[in-house]
Design a protein around this ligand. Structure first.
Ligand code: SF4
Length: 64
């Protein structure tokens, strides 16, 4: 979802009312997740599910 189409978007101040980020490109989503954490990425972000799955696989491999 694009922020401009979301009810939680403050268009006047150009920011998310929930303080989330919504990177549109995969590479940026990975970087954001690595630097400031997965929790900062919006639940409506198109890459979030893939990020969660990638992280889960990484944790499982690390636990072996
Ligand atoms: S980051 Fe998510 S919740 Fe916030 S305005 Fe954008 S789409 Fe909406």
């Amino acid at each position: 979802m694009l922020c401009k189409d979301c009810a939680r978007y403050d268009a006047e101040n150009r920011r998310c009312l929930d303080g989330k980020v919504n990177p549109q490109k995969w590479e940026l989503a990975v970087e954001v997740a690595n630097v400031i954490g997965l929790r900062t990425i919006c639940v409506f972000n198109d890459h979030r599910e893939r990020l969660v799955q990638a992280r889960t696989v990484a944790f499982e491999e690390e636990a072996r």
